[in-house]
Design a protein around this ligand. Sequence first.
Ligand code: LMR
Length: 332
Amino acid sequence: MKVSQLLLAMLVSCAALSASAQTIIKFSHVVAADTPKGKASEFFAKKAAELTKGKVKVEVYANSALYKDKEEIEALQIGAVQMLAPSLAKFGPLGVKEFEAFDLPFIFDNTADLHKITQGAVGASLLAKLEPKGIKGLAYWDNGFKSFSANTPLKNVADFKGKKFRIQSSKVLEEEIRSVGGIAQVMAFSEVYQALQTGVVDGTENPISNFYTQKMHEVQKHLSLTNHGYLGYAVIVNKKFWDGLPADVRGQLEQAMKEATVYANKIAQEENDNALAGVKKSGKTIVYQPTPEERLALKKAMVSVHTKMADRVGKETLQTIYKETGFDPAKL
Ligand code: LMR
C-alpha cells in the first residue's frame, strides 16, 4: 500500500471512530435511587441521551456505589467521575465555607425564600467560587427541610442534651448540635444506618426522603418534624471535562440540566411527603409534630449558631441572605 493510501485509510478510520465515539459521564451520588436527587439524576441521564442523540451517555451510580461523601469531590477533581450532586454542606470542607450558610438552622422559613438565594445572584456567585477548584457548578437541586430523629422523644430542647447526633462534616452543623447540648458526630451518609442500629450514635437529622429510603425508621423510634434546616444540592462537573466538550453538545447538556432542575425542584416536596407517609405506615417510628411553641424554643436555642458562625460563613454572604429573605436573628 502506498503511503498516501495508508494515510487516507487512517483518516477514514479516525473519522469513523470519532463519529461513533460516545462520551460517558459518570454521575455518582450517595443517596437511594428513589429520592429527589436519585430521580432527578436519572431524569437528566434520559434527557441527555435524548438531546445529544446518544452522543452522551450518563451513567448514574446511586447509594455510594462508587464513592462515599468525602471521596466524591476528590474523585471529581481528578476526573475519575465527571458529575456529582453533593449536598451544599460538602463544600465547606473543600474550603468554600460560604456554602455552610445553607446549614444555618432556621435560616430559610420556606422554599420560596430559599429559591431567592439558590436561583438568584447569591447562588450564582457561590457556584463561581468553585471554579478555582476545578469545579463548575451547573444547578441547585432541592431535597428539603431536615427533621431530627432519635430513640427517645425530641419535643423540648432539653431532650437533645447529652445525645449523640450524626451530622455531615460541617462546622455549622457541629455548632447547631452543641447549641442544644448534644454531641455531634461526623460520619459518611452510607454509615448512618449501621451507626444508628448499633447505638454508635443516638440520632440524626435529614429530610424524610433520606431517612425513609435508608430505612432509618427501622432503627429510630422517634421522629420529630422540626424542619429546622435545609438540605439541598449543587450539581457540579469537572470543569476541564465540561469546557472540553464540543459547544453544541455542552449546550444540549445545559438544556437537559435545565429541565432536570425544574423536575428535581418540582418533585422534592412530594417525595418527602410520600416518605413521611411511608414512615407513618411502617408503624416503626413515632412521628411527632412539634407545637409552634416547641419549635420556637428550638429556634431560639439554635439561633446563636448564626452569630457564632458569621465569621466562618462570611458576614457579607449572611447579610445578603438575610436581606433577601427578611430573616432577622435579632428579632427572635
Ligand atoms: C447526608 O450526608 O446526610 C446528605 O448529604 C446525603 C445527601 O446527599 O442527601
